[in-house]
Design a protein around this ligand. Structure first.
Ligand code: 4AD
Ligand code: MG
Length: 449
């Protein structure tokens, strides 16, 4: 294999002649010089070609070089702090593998719809490159956290026979002579695995037929779901806040350059340290009521709009996007909202013995208006109560007979949560829409490319 030096490794080759393999990110020329920014996936380096020293072929290649042409350049490495990446290459030779006379994405501004149609090429832009690097480091931090804390990674199936999170967002598919669904959550399988290993997590794609177009919803997204035997709700909250602090602080350490490039306010991220405030559902309603009263006549149009949208579902119902935004704005840290009414949550959540009608659950709401990032609960561990809940949700007892077995054979208190990875990346990167956080977004109106 030919050895090319990677741009991220130029610091080890100062003064040497090296060969880089990459693509032309952009080019500008003066009478005597061509400045070619080359990117190779690990970074960007300015290559300087002194025109009078080039032979005819080299001159022609440099003159006609287009954005995103693939190339191999040879040159001497110079340290230069003023340049992108901190190094410069004085070119001695160039080969062009493939020129690109009509690359569709130019450095000028394009609309997001156009860029999403060209996602396969848009991935090469600096901004998208930074976001996917942050995603990579976030995923690594997630795995590290669980691996270092005694969890076993267990993979959940993607084709399933039951609805875990309600029947309205199920993708159904033919499965020979039966129906199958794409998994909405690996949780139920993790409950089985937790009874075998104590502390487990799954990490994979999950699917929801979300029929609304919002900036927070994908139809295919990645979720990490820990599940822990003998853990009750309060300990689960502590685990979730330690986890979020760890993954955010790790990404902040490892991706500072990318976050700065995205223009992220780093101080907001430095603040993501446990403990996080805990607010009950009832307290959250009071807080929302107060916000509504104070802002319905606000001069600030955004606040007035929010006030109009707050509590739209009414007291006693699920919280909506505006409610989460307002609660997230009230604190400068993530907030736990706990103990929601049973009827707005999934069937498997345990009743709160101290609050009739409420269940032992929490959502973690991100600050700055990024909304819900974690959904969690203690699970109903009693066989008869769980049978009642399955029936009350009009679900089939047959489909859940294996799940009920877990309550028949050595049932114990247990809890777990699910973090939506794309929501977390949207928040960490400070983006307005979740679609840029996943390489190829799937949404109601998007299955291509
Ligand atoms: O709150 P949810 O529905 O919880 C569960 O699925 C539980 N079974 C998790 C568990 O306890 N093991 O989803 C968890 C998280 C949400 O907080 C959100 O971050 C993300 O998954 N999420 C989505 N992300 C992007 N697009 C969607 N359509 C999402 N739906 C949920
Ligand atoms: Mg939820």
């Amino acid at each position: 294999m030919k050895e090319y030096v990677r741009i991220s490794d130029l610091k080890n080759h100062i003064g040497e002649e090296v060969t880089l393999a990459g693509w032309c990110y952009n080019k500008r020329s003066s009478r005597k010089l061509h400045f070619i920014n080359v990117r190779d996936g690990s970074g960007i380096c300015q290559v300087v070609a002194f025109i009078p020293s080039l032979n005819e072929e080299q001159q022609q290649l440099c003159d006609t070089l287009n954005q995103e042409a693939s190339l191999i350049v040879k040159g001497k490495v110079k340290k230069d702090d003023r340049q992108i990446g901190g190094y410069e290459l004085e070119m001695t030779d160039i080969k062009v593998l493939s020129n690109t006379p009509d690359y569709p994405i130019s450095p000028k501004e394009h609309g997001t719809a156009f860029l999403m149609e060209h996602r396969h090429l848009w991935l090469r832009s600096r901004r998208q490159h930074a976001i996917l690097r942050i995603r990579h480091h976030l995923v690594a931090a997630i795995r590290n956290f669980f691996n270092q804390n005694g969890f076993i990674n267990v993979d959940a199936p993607i084709l399933t026979g039951n609805a875990a999170e309600g029947t309205s967002t199920l993708f159904e598919t033919d499965y020979f002579d039966q129906k199958a669904y794409l998994s909405q959550s690996g949780q139920l399988y993790m409950e089985a695995a937790a009874m075998a290993h104590g502390k487990v997590y799954c990490f994979g794609p999950t699917f929801r037929a979300e029929k609304s177009k919002t900036r927070r919803h994908l139809t295919e997204f990645w979720m990490v779901e820990p599940e822990i035997a003998f853990m009750e709700l309060d300990s689960c909250m502590e685990l979730a806040e330690q986890f979020v602090e760890y993954i955010f602080q790790t990404v902040l350490k490892e991706c500072r350059e990318e976050l700065e490039f995205l223009g992220r306010d780093i101080s907001k991220l430095e603040n993501i340290k446990a403990p996080f405030p805990r607010v009950s559902y009832e307290e959250a309603l009071d807080l929302l009521e107060k916000f509504k009263n104070e802002n319905l006549n606000s001069e600030d149009e955004e606040m007035r709009r929010l006030a109009e949208d707050v509590l739209k579902n009414g007291r006693g119902d699920d919280l909506g996007a505006a409610d989460e935004t307002v609660i997230g704005m009230t604190y400068d840290k993530p907030v736990f909202i706990h103990r929601y009414p049973a009827h707005v949550k999934a069937f498997y959540m345990k009743d709160d013995p101290e609050n009739p009608g409420k269940v032992l659950c929490f959502d973690m709401i991100a600050p700055e208006g990024y909304g819900e990032v974690i959904g969690a609960s203690e699970r109903e561990a009693d066989y008869d109560v769980l049978v009642g809940k399955i029936k009350a949700h009009n679900l089939s007892l047959d489909a859940f007979s294996w799940y009920l077995d877990l309550r028949k054979y050595g049932s114990v208190p247990h809890s777990g949560f699910g973090l939506g990875v794309e929501r977390a990346i949207t928040w960490i990167c400070g983006l307005t829409h979740v679609r840029e956080t996943i390489p190829f977004a799937r949404m109601m109106d998007k299955i291509w490319p």
